[in-house]
Write a protein that binds this ligand. Structure first.
Ligand SMILES: Cc1ncc(COP(=O)(O)O)c(C=O)c1O
Length: 437
């Protein structure tokens, strides 16, 4: 019997639907109990295939860490989303870190050069700029879509500005044409933190097709998950090569997957006098061109990613269906609205952003939902300059819209793990809130 058959028999014996053994599969189970079950805002959309390939890669793997499966996932992911090349790393935060490091080196940016970024978002979009000795220049948001206010960007451009770092709010595209007018006029690079917007499009093209490089996250809350994981992608192969070096200890060798078994390496010159002022042959694998990190994923994460990628279309569709249902449900509450996508956009929603007119309404609504086991989330850090670690980087008071985000904005999930029964339950909880108000 093949390993694959043994694993699938083993899984069948344990029972795919047993929620105690496979909580991630319980996300898909029918029979939601509204009296006691919680509605998680997101979670892995897995079945026995992800478990099976992970176990198989543990049993068959000769090296276990980043290898053939990770490399295959990098290539399939690139093809699917229209990139020349990609590098898988152990998280979306790591992806941001090495993407910025690679772009800085590729374009020759200097310490202190400036990157324009929304003041509201996830912290590791901004920390990647700071940790690479670049300077974040913050833009306030627009209440219309919670994205950066494009009208404010041009005033922030200085002779040191090199790029704009976009991170669409919960996947929702901003007016890309409007931004491109600015970046082209001022010769700025567009970098995409695409961790929340995998699959989102502007005028029929992936958002990432408009930028120089993109990051992605495979944390369980995201569109596809490899438990932890992330990706750096670009159409400039040198950028991905540099990112790989930063993520792989800083080394010069760029062999991946099976290429590592080549006697002379991909460079065909593996043992050579690589190190200046040292006239002995050195293995290219031990030549260090960058001050790097170790941010490699495990091969089983690559194997899981390959299965998840096959589900992407279904996941995108289900997320959109759930978003439409959330629009209908929350429209019943006066004093709050669910943010919508622009006409030219297709949004692959990460979550449904809800804006309340007052912080009192947000407080009451969130506590009603949470008390009834419907999970909610803040829109991440809110105004990042209010967070203890970031007050040193600017005065939060200069960003009035952003400063209201923690008070007035929250989001609920649209993940495919939220079934129709769970949506019916959310509707009942909201009806109850409306009845009481
Ligand atoms: C916009 C954005 N960037 C970066 C990250 C970091 O990703 P990870 O959790 O994989 O490190 C997240 C996480 O959710 C995110 O939402």
């Amino acid at each position: 019997m093949t390993i694959e058959n043994r694993i699938s028999n083993f899984l069948a014996e344990l029972g795919d639907q047993d929620e105690n053994l496979f909580p991630y599969m319980a996300n898909r189970k029918t029979g939601f109990d509204p009296e006691k079950d919680s509605v998680y805002y997101s979670g892995p959309y897995w079945d026995s295939r992800e478990v099976s390939v992970a176990i198989e890669s543990l049993i068959k793997g000769q090296w276990l860490t980043s290898g053939a499966a990770v490399n295959k996932f990098e290539r399939r992911f690139s093809k699917y989303f229209g990139f020349e090349d990609s590098l898988m790393v152990n998280s979306g935060s790591s992806a941001n870190l090495v993407m910025i490091a690679a772009l800085k080196k590729y374009f020759g940016w200097q310490d202190g050069d400036e990157i324009i970024v929304s003041v509201v978002g996830f912290p590791t979009t901004i920390s990647a700029i700071i940790q690479n000795n670049l300077t974040p220049v913050f833009v306030d948001i627009s209440w219309h879509d919670l994205n950066w206010d494009l009208n404010l960007i041009e005033n922030l451009i200085s002779p040191k500005t090199r790029a704009v770092f976009s991170s669409p709010v919960l996947g929702n595209p901003y007016d890309v044409d409007g931004l491109l007018t600015i970046t082209e006029r001022h010769n700025l690079q567009l970098i995409n933190d695409n961790c929340d917007s995998l699959g989102s499009k502007w005028k029929g093209k992936y958002l990432t097709e408009y930028g120089v490089a993109a990051s992605c996250s495979f944390y369980p809350a995201h569109h596809i998950t490899t438990m932890e994981g992330g990706m750096v992608s670009s159409n400039i192969e040198e950028v991905v090569k540099l990112a790989r070096s930063f993520a792989w200890w800083g080394r010069a060798c760029y062999c991946v997957g099976k290429q590592n078994l080549l006697k002379d390496g991909t460079c065909k010159n593996r043992f050579s006098e690589w190190i200046p002022n040292c006239d002995v042959a050195v293995d290219h694998k031990y030549v260090f061109e960058n001050v790097g990190y170790n941010l490699k994923p495990l091969d089983l994460q690559g194997a899981i990613g390959l299965v998840q990628l096959e589900k992407f279309e279904e996941i995108d569709l289900l997320r959109n269906q759930n978003k439409t249902r959330i629009n209908e449900i929350f429209a019943k509450i006066s004093g709050c609205h669910v943010v919508q996508e622009l006409d030219e956009a297709h949004c692959s929603w990460f979550g449904a952003p809800i804006v309340c007119e007052t912080s009192n309404l947000k407080r009451k609504l969130v506590s009603h939902l949470e008390n009834n086991r419907v999970q909610t989330r803040n829109y991440f850090a809110g105004n990042i300059l209010m967070q203890p670690a970031y007050t040193q980087y600017g005065d939060w008071r200069k960003y009035p819209n952003a400063s209201d985000v923690l008070g007035k904005v929250f989001f609920v999930g649209v993940s495919p793990t939220i079934t129709r029964e769970m949506m019916d339950y959310i509707e009942k909880v909201v009806d109850d809130f409306v009845g009481r108000e």
